[in-house]
Design a protein around this ligand. Structure first.
Ligand code: KE4
Length: 429
């Protein structure tokens, strides 16, 4: 088993970074805030591995927080990026590649009839909400506690005091007016959803959710919850938005909507659709998407949207998915890991449960079941942090928070899964 506890260069670089970048990171999720210690500074990725600047090798279960379905440096994607870079980096004018990626997305996600590229998942959800509000002429947005949709002002909100009280900002810098029309409900809580629609149905522009949650750890929707979402949005003329930034092309070629057989009105995408380059996308019913400028009046724009290099990466990724159909393999690997983690926890006498959909999973340090934020936050985060560092020191790189999902790639091998399970057993004992 690797010993990767020596990270002197990363410690030095973390100090240096902290002098010029807030917290030394360009996204707080990477700062190890929830687990303490110093994040390894990465020199390169290759297949299922990350290598840090101290020369340590890790089996990677973050995959850049989701994008790397085929691991790091997957040749067809790398070649596509290199070839695109030869022709230029950005033109600010339409290119054929943008239509190619749009056509691929539409062919794989049938609920999407038209799609607009942006540069991140946040941009995708921010735009989708604006379009839903513009299309319906309504203001209220329903979201669920524990779901994260990027740092959109109107979605940085904590639940209002009463179940049906509109939200208050959860971050400084977000004026109360931005969240005054956001209603936060509990995930999987059909009753509160029904009463929200009874009370405010004619004001609700859209409901947005992660159709498999990654951002409170992996949490799976009940069939009844999904069914109620679809029927209540139908009966009240509200837009159902599936935020598939994480689940899109991850849990199935057609995302969670294909897995569960629920057709949303709009879908947001990110991560895998850009193969690790900055791509987000939002799309859905043509009648809704035709309200977007320049066809309609809802304004949305972006200098680098549809960037040719990012499009080439996304096209190569989706073509690889179509050619390789990685999902049966991802299911087998995910199952092995789930079983191995549960056996290791049982043998160590540690209370834990696992939620998993395909290659997306979370080991929660609680008996469970974990079905919403209240049950997820029952987890022992001290035990998680100790396990996280035990795994990192044994060469296994997990998401640095109990409330994140980990990802297996199609290029992880049985041997790496077994080494991960052995490390888990050692780190839990
Ligand atoms: P980005 O703006 O980070 O590309 O996407 C925002 C977003 C939207 N929707 C879902 C379901 C998401 O999971 C995300 C971003 N996910 C986090 C990890 N849970 C990104 C990690 C980070 O913020 O650095």
């Amino acid at each position: 088993m690797e010993n990767t506890s020596r990270r002197a260069l990363s410690e030095r670089e973390f100090e240096r970074a902290g002098r010029v970048i807030p917290g030394g990171v360009n996204s707080p999720a990477r700062a190890f805030g929830a687990v303490g210690g110093t994040p390894p500074f990465i020199a390169r990725g290759q297949g299922p591995f990350l290598f840090d600047i101290d020369g340590n090798r890790y089996i990677d279960y973050i995959g850049s927080w989701g994008p790397h379905l085929f691991g790091h440096g997957y040749p067809p994607i790398l070649q596509a990026i290199q070839a695109a870079a030869e022709t230029g980096t950005s033109f600010g004018a339409p290119t054929v590649a943008e239509s190619e990626l749009a056509e691929l997305i539409i062919s794989m996600v049938p609920s999407i009839e038209k799609v607009r590229m942006v540069n991140s998942g946040t941009e995708a959800t921010m735009s989708a909400i604006r379009v839903a509000r513009g299309f319906t002429g309504r203001n209220v947005i329903v979201k669920f506690s524990g779901c994260y949709h990027g740092h959109v002002d109107s979605l940085l909100v904590q639940a209002g005091s009463g179940a049906l009280t509109l939200g208050a900002p959860s971050s400084p810098g977000v004026p109360p007016g931005c969240t005054a029309d956001t209603l936060v409900l509990a995930y999987n809580d059909v009753e509160s959803l029904e009463s929200a629609f009874r009370e405010k149905g004619n004001l609700i522009a859209a409901v947005i959710l992660e159709p498999v949650v990654g951002n409170m750890g992996c949490v799976i929707p009940t069939a009844q919850f999904l069914k109620s979402l679809r029927s209540l949005c139908d009966s009240h003329g509200s837009v159902l938005i599936f935020d598939e930034v994480m689940t899109g092309f991850r849990v199935a070629a057609g995302g969670a909507q294909q897995l569960f057989g629920i057709r949303p009105d709009m879908t947001t995408l990110g991560k895998i659709v850009g193969a690790g380059l900055p791509v987000g996308a939002y799309g859905g019913r043509a009648d809704i998407m035709n309200s977007v400028s320049p066809v309609g009046k809802v304004y949305q724009a972006g200098t680098l949207s549809g960037n040719p290099i990012a499009m080439a990466a996304g096209i190569a990724m989706l073509r690889a998915i179509q050619a390789e159909n990685p999902y049966p393999r991802l299911e087998v690997l995910g199952q092995r890991l789930e079983r191995g983690f549960l056996n290791a926890a049982t043998n160590a006498g540690v209370t834990a449960c696992v939620n998993r959909v395909g290659s997306m999973l979370t080991l929660f340090f609680t008996a469970g079941p974990v079905k919403d934020l209240a049950s997820a936050t029952q987890s022992d985060t001290k035990k998680f942090s100790k396990w996280f560092h035990g795994m990192l020191d044994r060469g296994v790189y997990l998401p640095c928070s109990q409330f994140e999902a980990m990802f297996v790639s199609a290029v992880h091998t049985d041997e790496q899964i077994d080494a991960t399970i052995a490390a888990a057993a050692a780190a839990l004992s």
